[in-house]
Write a protein that binds this ligand. Sequence first.
Ligand code: SF4
Length: 289
Amino acid sequence: MPFEWTLNPYMGCAHRCTFCYVRAFEQRAERPADDRYGRSIRVKTNVVQVLRAELARSSWQGKLVLMGGATDPYQPAEGRYRLTRGCIEALSERRNPFSIITRGPMVIRDVDVLAEASRRARVSVSLSIPTLEDAVWRVTEPGTAHPRQRLRAVRVLADAGIRVGVALAPIIPGISDRPGPLMDAIRAARDAGASRLWTELLYLKPGTREHFLDTLAAAWPAEAERLAAMYAKAAYRPKPVNREHVETVAAMARTAPRRASAPPHIEPEPPRLAVQLGLAFNDYLAEAQ
Ligand code: SF4
């Protein structure tokens, strides 16, 4: 992982994706990982205060923080609690770099604070959109907004100058990796303004595996049987298979033009005080010479 710190204002996720790797964590913590997962969530109501205190510590080194690594920061509860928004404001005040990963188009509500944070530190947002196919979306991501709504969110963020990418993840072998639909998703992501594309194949750890295969069996029994055999011995596809998938997506992405009309990304401005101090120091040097 290219980061050391993650922040999740919620525990549990009402999006209830069947492939969600958090189900495996839940099972390890002896909480339900089956269809009950995401039916109720826990809300860290004081997360913003705690974050402000942590960021104010002299030992804090201002490292990148990833929001949404374990649960979605823009799941429905965020509409009421606004904790993700509060965390963005707290990180922005400290000029702390951060990234957000989400399947929630609600992220566009915070375009104002994201733009302001982008002027102060390196900020990026990724929308996870593994497929545009309605049937696959309905079966595998039952609590999420339609993929096209997520693409609209990518467009709004790109239009605001916010660095935004699309995670084509997870890709389900034999279901969402067919070249036609995969290319459609890549083209749509680029057309919406995604500057970065990222992908990975499905992996199934205990806790996730059972629920994913059970749900799939109810919709597509033959596919469930095929995938059960494919993942019988290991949670991950073999490394060469993963590498081939990433290279295939990269090759496809090279043929999908980036959106020409997207404005440039907002770049962080130097802190005003530091600029003033720098100027004062230059004045001092000039006088001393
Ligand atoms: S949105 Fe992310 S965290 Fe939430 S259920 Fe889906 S995969 Fe899991």
